[in-house]
Design a protein around this ligand. Structure first.
Ligand SMILES: Cc1ncc(C[n+]2csc(CCOP(=O)(O)OP(=O)(O)O)c2C)c(N)n1
Ligand SMILES: [Mg+2]
Length: 675
């Protein structure tokens, strides 16, 4: 049975030989501190002092102590939900960790993240994570940043056996291997993913052996042997620093406690199994080995235990005295402050297309800042399937204009990791519908990192791509998905409809220190040349543009709908109706003031978007108008959107699906002739 085989590889006696008595004593002290931290955390959880949940790493301390001893202070670390031990071993203050677990303002995440998000940027700990496997994708990005900056630093990304069955394991391993990233994939195989036995859900001879498929050096080691862990990480670190790329280490171990402090699950492990593993306790094995070797006395060991206990009690006492965060502090940490200088210079005489305007923004931002990089499928030499990145590869090189594998999960999380490590990243979704495979990176990682890591993370990343219908690409290539992101605090959504706005908004999206979802439109790619300034300029988000003034009705439209709204306004003018057309340009932040001021003048509003009506952002704008301009309204706010169906392929049906000029005219007339 696999279980017996695994137990056979985890010894009862002492550690590997590479470390001397002094280093082993230091490792033992570290392991005692981790064990005491977890023991007291559990007690405090049961008393209700620590809330939510936390995951104890008792039984797995040798991994944290051994691995962190083998890397340097400048090397980075990403950990997972069971990450207390790694964080302590990398040198973080246990007092600030307890403060975080107690939800206090001086905690590592200002009390906004809790146990599963502890990050300590001063020690290059880029965070624990509540999403199983995410650290592997983020790790590729952090390692890419180190590689591009030629720092010589490397990183470890810790994950569990359960995470080895996530797609991101494979995508990240492949990406790290092809780019030879300085990253150590460290799997803590503690035999279970929650209640599920690893052997029941994991194909192949071992998790380590999966590295062979990617040409990644790998080994399966005794994770309860601090010396074996140290040596394996040291070997992998040497390879990574020598430019030989990633390694995969699978360390066999066992968690002593239940899955989480909150878990109240029926027994899924036998008492015999638990007892058997406890005979391989990493702490007592190391203690006995040192005592046998004459490097440690029983008295000294007892003193070390007392020291660990005293340290942890001092930390708990300090943490318990700290203030809690307030709502103002929490709000401050949602979005980074804007530092860019914004301007909207005159358009001038030169004309280029919408696509060219975006490419020009990339080129100018890449020239202005060496940290700007572009990631995406086919974005390199070929310039992207819609031709958004031509010429960039030749000018800025393959390192900064990176063709990626077809791995949306890895590309997007890699982008977030690189951004957190100092890069400004543009990630292309080849067609915007494929962004659904990037949702973890955008929604759980990029949008939350600054907030849940206590305002310390900087995540300058743009997720961009072409959305919308109009060129017969059918249901999975034509959606308008903006509202998926509109309900996520921490994200901004830019949606330019002109070449001028596309260039200026792309520049500000890249310069922003937070994540931006940048929506383009396939029909706009096909548009004619328009006047665009040659130089660099950044448009301030949250500033709508009144494209045509009018007095009888306000039409709010975005992206491909803007042209249709303008055509409708033209025709309405001939019929004696004066429509004012507003393009919000950014959906979030939304310029409610300009829209509501207009409605106070025209007393009527029609909102048009391409997405289906139900749940579309037209509802949000309509609600805002009724909240802020109700008394000025002479008719209900009208909304136009697609019907409740996926985008049809058939030519005629697709045209009927998309809101058109006739429908906008009809809606404006209906609100104008009503009063
Ligand atoms: C993507 C995702 N799926 C499910 C969960 C719920 N969950 C949290 S921890 C866990 C088990 C993870 O097992 P493993 O990776 O082996 O780590 P361990 O808990 O054993 O340390 C699960 C299923 C999650 N947090 N994220
Ligand atoms: Mg596990």
């Amino acid at each position: 049975m696999a279980q017996v085989h695994i137990l056979d590889s985890v010894a009862r006696d002492g550690p590997g030989n590479r470390l001397g008595p002094e280093e082993l004593s230091a490792a033992l002290m570290m392991m005692l501190r981790i064990r005491q931290f977890e023991t007291r955390a559990k007690e405090l959880f049961l008393k209700g002092v620590i809330k939510g949940t936390a995951h104890s790493s008792v039984g797995q301390e040798a991994i944290a102590a051994g691995a962190c001893a083998a890397i340097g202070p400048d090397d980075f670390l990403l950990t997972h939900h069971r990450g207390h031990g790694h964080t302590i071993a990398k040198g973080s203050y246990v007092a600030r960790m307890f403060a975080e677990l107690m939800g206090r303002a001086p905690g590592y995440c200002a009390g906004l993240g809790g146990s599963m998000h502890i990050a300590d940027f001063e020690r290059n700990i880029l965070g624990a994570n509540g999403i199983v496997g995410a650290g592997m994708g983020l790790g590729t990005g952090a390692a890419l940043a180190e590689q591009l900056n030629e720092t010589g630093n490397i990183g470890i990304t810790f994950f569990g056996d359960g995470a080895a069955n996530e797609g991101i394991f494979h995508e990240a391993m492949n990406l790290a291997a092809i780019w030879k990233l300085p990253l150590i994939f460290f799997c803590e195989n503690n035999q279970y993913g929650l209640t599920t036995a690893t052997e029941a859900v994991t194909a192949g001879p071992s998790i380590a052996a999966r590295g062979d498929a990617y040409g990644v050096p790998n080994e399966r080691i005794d994770g309860n042997d601090v010396g074996a862990v140290f040596e394996a990480v040291e070997r992998a670190a040497l390879r990574a620093r020598a430019g030989e790329g990633p390694s995969l280490i699978e360390a066999l171990t066992y968690r002593w406690d239940d899955h989480s402090m909150r878990a109240n699950l029926p027994a899924y492990r036998t008492g015999d199994e638990e007892a058997e593993w406890k005979t391989r306790d990493p702490v007592s094995r190391l203690r006995d080995r040192l005592i046998e070797a004459g490097a440690l006395s029983k008295e000294r060991y007892d003193a070390m235990v007392s020291e660990a206990q005293a340290d942890i009690e001092t930390a708990i006492d300090w943490a318990a005295d700290q203030p809690e965060p307030d709502m103002a502090l929490a709000m401050e940490n949602v979005l980074p402050p804007r530092t860019a200088g914004f301007s909207e210079p005159p358009a001038g005489a030169r004309q280029i297309t919408y696509r060219e305007a975006i490419t020009e923004a990339f080129a100018l931002e890449m020239a202005a800042d060496d940290d700007v990089i572009v990631l995406g499928e086919d974005v390199g030499e070929t310039g992207g399937i819609f031709g958004l990145t031509p010429g960039l590869f030749e000018r800025f090189g393959a390192a900064r204009v990176r063709d990626t594998p077809i791995s949306e999960g890895a590309i997007s999380t890699c982008g977030v990791g690189a951004a957190m490590r100092g890069k400004r990243v543009v990630v292309e979704a080849q067609l915007w519908d494929f962004v659904t495979l990037m949702m973890d990176a955008i929604v759980n990682q990029a949008a939350k990192a600054r907030f849940m890591l206590g305002g310390k993370a900087r995540v300058p990343i743009v997720f961009r791509g072409p959305q919308g219908a109009g060129i017969r690409l059918a249901a999975q290539r034509c959606q308008s998905l903006e509202t998926l992101f509109a309900n996520i605090p921490g994200l901004q959504i830019y949606a330019p409809s002109t070449a001028y706005d596309a260039k200026g908004l792309m520049a500000s999206a890249i310069a922003d220190d937070g994540p931006v979802v940048f929506l383009e439109h396939k029909l706009l790619y096909l548009g004619a040349q328009q006047p665009v300034p040659e130089g660099r300029y950044l448009i301030e988000p949250g500033k709508a543009r009144i494209l045509r003034p009018g007095t009888d009705c306000t039409i709010v439209a975005t992206l491909a709908m803007v042209d249709r709204a303008l055509q409708a306004a033209d025709r309405l003018h001939r019929e004696g109706i004066s429509a004012e057309v507003i393009d919000p340009r950014t959906i979030k932040p939304l310029d409610a003031a300009t829209i509501c001021d207009s409605v106070r003048k025209t007393n009527r509003a029609v909102i048009v978007h391409e997405a289906p009506l139900f749940g579309g952002f037209g509802g949000e704008i309509a609600a805002t108008i009724q909240e802020q301009a109700f008394d000025w309204l002479d008719a209900p706010v009208a909304r136009i959107g697609a019907p409740e169906m996926p985008v049809p392929y058939n030519d005629r049906l697709e045209r009927a699906y998309m809101p058109d000029t006739a429908r906008i005219i009809e809606a404006v007339k209906s609100v104008c002739y009503r009063s």
